[in-house]
Write a protein that binds this ligand. Structure first.
Ligand SMILES: Nc1ncnc2c1ncn2[C@@H]1O[C@H](COP(=O)(O)OP(=O)(O)O)[C@@H](O)[C@H]1O
Ligand SMILES: [Mg+2]
Length: 292
């Protein structure tokens, strides 16, 4: 009998920005992601999804609860974790080629130049960008840039891949292509993935399991197994009775009719500032690396 292992364990996670009188972004999140699972967290804009991912990835220190990755407590940014953000244009380095962008995080992981090159070429092949290795991010479409971000994350062979609304900034057709790409590569690399989105259909289409969040401050209101099988198709899966039923169930849980627009605009601003911070951190790491 094979035992199902837990990759990520989040217990009583809470975060309040700005101390005692500040803003409670997430309330009390408890959930687990199993090894090899693709879990989606769906919640309205502004409910605290990015705050949760930042806490899990060690980018911010949560004010309550704890996070364990592979059984070990997360303090600071773990090296066996990779994050893909929504805003690809700010998370890639414009002065580096596609291949160098993908190789970049491997430098601090002690791989030789040849190993870095072969890993980068392998993942670029997998995301369909083998021919674009020497191009620069600004020469690529948005969807292709997001493929580079995904390749960069996979090149690290993370034990957990975190994705924060990774397909929210591309057109509908590209979004479908990227969703299917994710389903293919997670099989190829046997990845464990935690993806957050505000898009109900996307969460169901991609996931083995969907956690539904309440409005801010977020807590988990449902944990749904998604029995759609391994072979999914953008047309037939979305038409299936199971899919349609799950979509209504999640919509009811989210109470979409009372969703508010202003929170979305506020969250958008925050999102950008966080990506900027992350890019800054990466740039500093690169400078430090260049001196070594
Ligand atoms: N750095 C911050 N300082 C203060 N409040 C913040 C900060 N980041 C996010 N928030 C607030 O916390 C709430 C949750 O934000 P966020 O985690 O970005 O939500 P989501 O990703 O679900 O859209 C929002 O009300 C947002 O305005
Ligand atoms: Mg967000």
């Amino acid at each position: 009998m094979t035992e199902t292992k837990t990759m990520l364990e989040v217990s009583g996670l809470g975060h309040r920005y700005g101390g005692g009188g500040g803003h409670q972004a997430i309330a009390d999140l408890t959930f687990q992601v199993r090894t090899g699972e693709l879990a989606c967290i769906v919640g309205p804009s502004g409910c605290g999804k990015s705050t949760m991912l930042r806490s899990i990835s060690g980018l911010i220190k949560p004010t309550a609860g704890d996070v364990r990755l592979g059984g070990a407590p997360v303090n600071g940014v773990p090296t066996d974790l990779a994050v893909v953000f929504q805003d690809y244009s700010r998370s890639l380095f414009p002065w580096l080629s596609v291949r160098s962008n993908v190789e970049f995080p491997l430098r601090s992981r002690g791989l030789s130049k040849a190993e870095r090159r072969s890993r980068a070429d392998e993942v670029l092949e997998w995301v369909g960008l083998g021919a674009a290795a020497k191009k620069y991010p600004w020469q690529l479409s948005g969807g292709m840039q997001q493929r580079v971000s995904i390749a960069r994350a996979l090149a690290c062979r993370p034990s957990l891949l975190l994705m924060d609304e990774p397909f929210a900034s591309v057109d509908a057709q590209t979004r479908f292509e990227l969703e299917d790409l994710l389903l293919r590569v997670r099989k190829q690399f046997d990845s464990t993935v935690l993806l957050v989105t505000h898009d109900i259909d996307e969460s169901i289409y991609l996931a083995d399991r969907v956690f539904v969040l309440s409005k801010s401050p977020a807590s988990i209101v449902a944990d749904l197994e998604i029995p759609l099988g391994d072979e999914r198709d953008q047309i037939t899966t979305r038409e299936s009775e199971t899919f349609v039923h799950l979509r209504s169930e999640v919509a009811r849980l989210l109470d979409v009719r009372s969703a508010q627009a202003p929170a979305a605009a506020a969250a958008e601003t925050i999102e950008k500032s966080t990506v900027d911070d992350t890019t800054k951190q990466l740039a500093e790491a690169e400078k430090a690396d260049a001196h070594n």
